[in-house]
Design a protein around this ligand. Structure first.
Ligand code: G16
Length: 554
């Protein structure tokens, strides 16, 4: 099989966002050369090149995944890649790809996912690259990819029959080796090293603490089954929606109170002790208990607080440092302080945590966007978070039988106070209006007299645009969100999402800290209402977007 050079022309807008290139599926599927262009630009941008390298390839199994993999196989062969490790049926969760890259010490990986965005011919598809550490490519690489897509004139392929990725085993495509691997086994074995499966199994087998895991028809279905049914020995009723579907069964595979309502309802109606859900590609998680929603900002704080007590990985290796993304609430900051740990605040995007982990400065981190994880891999990890919570619940129940998720939450607030947090999402608004809103905010903040003014009863300490200098490599990331900090520590933040596939998505984040125990059990929405009202008034959101209500409230 010889290499063919295919002439092509650049496509507009092949700019990777917060986590890869996400577009409508038809753009990848129906525009000739579109997918190949992006893969060629990606391969050209891997530090050190891909000639003779091994790569991991897999994704969340959404519609168009297997045809995309066939195109990737051809372009990889055309670029002299020596070996591909591909998940069976093209299926690998995002955390599993990160793990396989590290396990097999490959040059990196190519992931086929639009994460929590819906899938199908009329929905979304996405491609992203991860590097040899297992982490998503940073801005230096994604910018290089984008630059190449703007000038690309040809890509290289090897022609050949489609490779059967449904059967586990070794095969060849031209000179390139292809290993089709079990999607679940290695990852699950690794989780078994991090946590004590026997301890969790013993706790769950007692039968008092009942659980339900919901994969939302995403990639974690087989992982969830292997964990809850095969490993912990629980009945089928411990899992739901665990058959992956190319369209996520027509749903929106995003584990939040709106889109994962099925598990919220199940926990409440059936009186279950614990519920959890993961997203399309398995890196996000939502944790709930009966009558309790664990806000992701609280979740990472609680995991960090319990880590050395409840999780063998941290009992052995210790906790080196903690980090969160800028809009995530300050609950984690308080745990870092109490445990005397180094602490970092980074922009939104998991890629910003990797350098800190590689430098041995960071062990546990999280984002308000339902992402939680640690330095065991270089992606956020939905099932890791679920098992971390089961470990905490097992330990808490050992100390005091009958402890509920709500009890763990309230105990945390008693110890640290409560950071009330909420996010409003305005999805797919018109881009020009969204940008005008952001520009107007920037202008308001630039006025020196803005500090000291009052928004309702809140006094502005400062208005700012967040930027970040990576403490490891010194790289600078600008324009990471507009933020107002108030004199009482409350915050209002506006950001444009970097993961949408059409129009713009505006995110409004609000946070308020309380040390008044009488407020700890309150509904976050009630406590935050005055601040949210001020944010909407100041930004004139309805005027700029025509929206009177958010699409999703967390
Ligand atoms: C990605 C990133 C996360 C980020 C999230 C939301 O998650 O990996 O770090 O917090 O997007 O980003 P944005 O607010 O820009 O939409 P995922 O799960 O979509 O890969």
């Amino acid at each position: 099989m010889s290499v063919t050079t295919v002439p092509t022309k650049p496509f507009d807008g092949q700019k990777p966002g917060t986590s890869g290139l996400r577009k409508r599926t038809a753009v990848f599927e129906k525009s000739p050369h579109y997918t190949e262009n992006f893969i060629q630009a990606t391969l050209d941008s891997f530090p050190g090149g891909v000639q003779g390298a091994a790569l991991v390839v897999g994704g969340d199994g959404r519609y168009f995944s297997v045809p995309a993999i066939q195109r990737i196989i051809r372009v990889c062969a055309g670029n002299g890649v020596a070996r591909l490790i591909v998940g069976q049926h093209g299926i690998l969760s995002t955390p599993a790809v990160s793990h396989l890259i590290r396990l097999h010490k490959t040059k990196g990986g190519i992931l086929l996912t639009a994460s929590h965005n819906p899938g199908g011919p009329d929905a979304d598809f996405g491609i992203k690259a991860n590097l040899s550490s297992g982490q998503p490519a940073g801005e230096n690489v994604t910018n290089a990819i984008y630059e190449k897509t703007k000038t690309i004139s040809e890509y290289r392929i090897v022609e050949g029959e489609d490779v059967d990725v449904s059967k586990i085993g070794e095969t060849k495509f031209g000179a390139m080796e292809i290993a089709v691997v079990d999607s679940v086994a290695d990852y699950l074995a690794y989780l078994g090293e991090i946590f004590s499966f026997p301890l969790i199994k013993e706790f769950l087998q007692q039968g008092d603490f009942t659980v339900r895991f919901d994969a939302l028809h995403g990639v974690t279905g087989p992982y969830g089954r292997a964990l809850f049914v095969d490993t912990f020995g629980l009945p089928e009723s411990s899992i739901q929606n665990c058959v992956p579907s190319p369209t996520f069964n027509g749903g929106h595979p995003d584990p939040n109170l709106t889109y994962a309502k099925s598990v919220v309802d199940a926990v409440e109606k059936e009186g279950l002790s614990f519920g959890a859900a993961s997203d399309g590609d398995g890196d996000r998680n939502m944790i709930i208990g009966k009558g309790a929603f664990v806000n992701p900002s609280d979740s990472v704080a609680i995991i960090a607080d319990w880590a050395e007590k409840a999780i063998p990985y941290f009992q052995k290796g210790g906790v080196k440092g903690l980090a969160r993304s800028m809009p995530t609430s300050g609950a984690l900051d308080r745990v870092a302080k109490a445990h005397n740990l180094p602490f970092f605040e980074v922009p939104t995007g998991w890629k910003f945590f990797g350098n800190l982990m590689d430098a041995g400065k960071l062990s546990i981190c999280g984002e308000e966007s339902f992402g939680t994880g640690s330095d065991h891999i270089r992606e956020k990890d939905g099932l890791w978070a679920v098992v971390a919570w089961l470990s905490i619940m097992a330990m808490a129940n050992k100390e005091k039988p009958g402890t509920s998720v709500q009890d763990v939450l309230q105990a945390h607030y008693q110890k640290y106070g409560r950071n009330f947090f909420s996010r409003y999402d305005y999805e797919e608004v018109e881009s020009a209006g969204a940008q005008a809103l952001m520009d107007a905010l920037a202008q308001k903040f630039a006025d020196p007299s803005f500090a000291g003014t009052k928004l309702g009863s809140f006094e502005v300490a400062k208005g700012d645009e967040f930027s970040y200098t990576d403490p490891v490599d010194g790289s600078v990331s600008l324009h990471q969100g507009h933020m107002i900090t108030f004199t009482d520590g409350s915050r209002i933040i506006f950001r444009l999402s970097g993961t949408g596939s059409a129009g713009a998505t505006i995110r409004l984040y609000v946070e308020k800290y309380s040390q008044d125990p009488s407020e700890y059990a309150a509904d976050a929405q009630v406590g935050l209402k005055p601040l949210i009202d001020e944010a909407l008034k100041l930004s004139e959101l309805e005027k700029y977007t025509g929206r009177s209500k958010p699409t999703v409230i967390t």
